[in-house]
Design a protein around this ligand. Sequence first.
Ligand SMILES: [Ca+2]
Length: 372
Amino acid sequence: MKKGYPIVLVLILVLSSCNNIPSIAGIPSQEDIKVIVDMDAAPDDWASILYLLKHTFVTVLGIGVSCGVSYVDTGVANTLGILEHLEIEDIPVAAGKDTPLVVNHEFPTPWRDGSYNFYGLDLPTTTLQPSSMNASELIISLIENTTENVTIIALGPLTNVAIALEAEPSIKNKIDEILLMGGAIDVPGNVGLESDIPNYVAEWNIWVDPHAADIVFGSALPIRMVALDATNQVPQTQAFLDRLEGVMTSPEALLLYNMTTPGLYFWDQLTVVALTNPEVVTLEEHCIEIILDLENHEGQTNSTEYGCTNAQVAVSADASTFEDLFIGHINGDLPTTTTTITDVPLEVLVLLVAGSGVVILVFVLLFLMKRR
Ligand SMILES: [Ca+2]
């Protein structure tokens, strides 16, 4: 080995370690997130899909529709209608099981009937066809046919996800995380608040299919659960609509305007923003037990003291940051691959400057050795 080469090797090793520089504030460390969305085709689900479609870090591999707010078949047709409106024809949409695994719970009929008129959206009937597979088959097929790991985003009852996990447990090896909207920890549930069902502890998605939730939370997969505790802090407001109206230019932003209803909450929307920007919520570790058969507690996400942690639970949210990110990305105003110098923490700047100095030193040494 020529004299001087050991120094160069050491410097190269130092440089390699600089790859571990922390991610820059506001920018996710993972820049290509493959997701499969399973959702129940309500306006907040679609608004969330608009966000995922517009975000350059995210690739949507496919969409399943679960037995939730919409009826499954109308939910599939409506979702295809939105995709066709956006001229997107290469994302498969599949119908899931149209009832929960065990119980006969369902969302209130007037909510479900709203799917017949597209929840007031004025879009033509689609010519796109659903996947020939059902939703759980689609989930399995997409995971088995991609070389990379995926994230499952569940925005409705967990029926399809649970069926897929039970039918083909090997897919767990290629699932990075299940990110879901559901449950309540330290706030009341919304089932009893929004219906005559005397259950004041459960959240709708978990209540509709508690047995599916039990399978998912018992899967040992990493779970991030965006609970009512967090979504209660992001209301859909007239101020949000007014702000959106003042800036909207993209087709997705125009759709979002018609999908936003003051008085509701950004349930699913907060969940997908937490995918790309985890800092928008505050997480706590919990051991979540799904209550299956205690009267008027079915579907409660009970945080127990005696189990091991099985979920990161979002318990609060930064509404201002959420709105900035949600509007910015859907309208195409926010860059997702660059950042400003003011966003970079001081310690990262120091590392970057030090790293640059090392690079210059390596080139000088190489230059000097070549001259010998
Ligand atoms: Ca939903």
